[in-house]
Ligand binder design. Structure first.
Ligand SMILES: NC(=O)N[C@@H](CC(=O)O)C(=O)O
Ligand SMILES: [Zn+2]
Ligand SMILES: [Zn+2]
Length: 345
């Protein structure tokens, strides 16, 4: 008998869809598996106003495959120019669900991000007042800090002081990668949660150098030691409601990753649920996948849980070497390798 797993339709709480023809190439993968996704605003130029978010949302809706009811949940890119009045407009829009922090210089398309939080404190205070979540790329950009320590340093230098100053601010620590971040989130109030990617549950930093340099395993925050991967697996399988699914699927054209200075970002939307199922199964915790994928996120965002279900089948298949990406190609996670789980048709 083939093993199957049926869960409530899940959502992806951290996703990069890009724009234009690139978006049209990758959106079907996400729309097949997920009912909704929190769409990251790090376009060029960034999605920094409600008006830009409305236009981007319209382009995503127009690019949906025929018959798809996929719902993009929009976010605003935090710049020094974001005002409390714009936060009010965001909250009232009904389609902007969060504001995203990119520390300037920390990751892909973060040039327009903020150097510090002092300038934007009035906007953050308004978010705390209105309950609008603050999504955080939690790494310091300080070049003096070792790249593997930038998340832990962020907790001490930015996250902890921020929550001292605004204790009711609703914060999602995005794509956490360390034991320190998992412990911080577990020890914080109910207003603090985290997303976890498939790659940080499945891989440690050895995967960056497996037989040679592996650009398709490079993302930010960078993969960490095995000790940290284990801490993340323990956190997501612990039964805590603070952790939820966020793939951080971040497609880049093949030639921009296989380069002297390759881009950061791993594409996982083609098989997101299969990756998570593999990680939860390895931990003997498949029964906890549904809460992580389908309940904890909407509960935190104060949105209804989805109706309907998806079914995963334990039936091995081989991931293609590449998928079309506009005029280019994107190399997906596990390209050319076998995966144990697949989504039922
Ligand atoms: N995670 C990544 O390595 N890259 C993301 C940006 C981000 O989420 O930090 C991207 O937009 O490519
Ligand atoms: Zn990020
Ligand atoms: Zn991301």
């Amino acid at each position: 008998m083939t093993q199957t797993l049926t869960i409530t339709r899940p959502d992806d709480w951290h996703l990069h869809l890009r724009d234009g023809a690139l978006m049209a190439s990758v959106l079907p993968h996400t729309a097949r598996e997920f009912a909704r996704a929190i769409v990251m605003p790090n376009l060029k130029p960034p999605v920094s106003t409600v008006e830009l978010a409305a236009a981007y949302r319209g382009r995503i809706l127009a690019a949906r495959p025929t018959g798809s009811d996929f719902e993009p949940l929009m976010t605003l890119y935090l710049t020094d120019a974001l005002t409390p009045a714009e936060i009010v407009r965001a909250k009232e829009s009904g389609f902007v669900h969060a504001v995203k922090l990119y520390p300037a210089g920390a990751t892909t398309n973060s040039e327009a991000g903020v150097a510090g939080l002092d300038v934007v404190m009035p906007a953050l205070e308004k978010m705390a007042e209105l309950g609008l979540p603050f999504l955080v790329h939690g790494e310091v950009a300080d070049p003096a800090v070792d790249v593997f320590d930038r998340e832990a340093a962020f907790i001490e230098r930015v996250m902890a002081p921020l929550l001292q100053r605004l204790p009711t601010l609703r914060v999602v620590f995005e794509h956490i990668t360390t034991r320190q971040a998992a412990e911080f989130v577990l020890g914080a109030g109910d207003n603090v949660a985290a997303t976890v990617t498939p790659q940080h549950l499945l891989l440690n930093r050895n995967a960056l150098f497996q037989g040679g340099i592996r650009p398709h395993h490079y993302c930010l925050p960078v993969l960490k030691r095995e000790e940290h991967r284990r801490a993340l697996v323990n956190a997501v399988t612990s039964g805590s409601r603070k952790f939820f699914l966020g793939t951080d699927s971040a497609p880049h054209a093949q030639h921009t990753k296989e380069a002297a200075c390759g881009c950061a970002g791993i594409y996982s939307a083609h098989a997101a649920l299969a990756f998570y199922a593999e990680a939860f199964e390895a931990a003997g915790a498949l029964g906890r996948l549904e809460a992580f994928a389908s309940f904890n996120g909407p509960d935190f965002y104060r949105l209804p849980r989805n109706r309907g279900t998806v079914t995963l089948v334990k039936d091995s298949w081989t991931v293609p070497a590449a998928y079309p990406f506009g005029e280019h190609q994107v190399v997906p996670l596990r390209a050319g390798e076998a995966l144990a789980w697949r989504l039922a048709d």
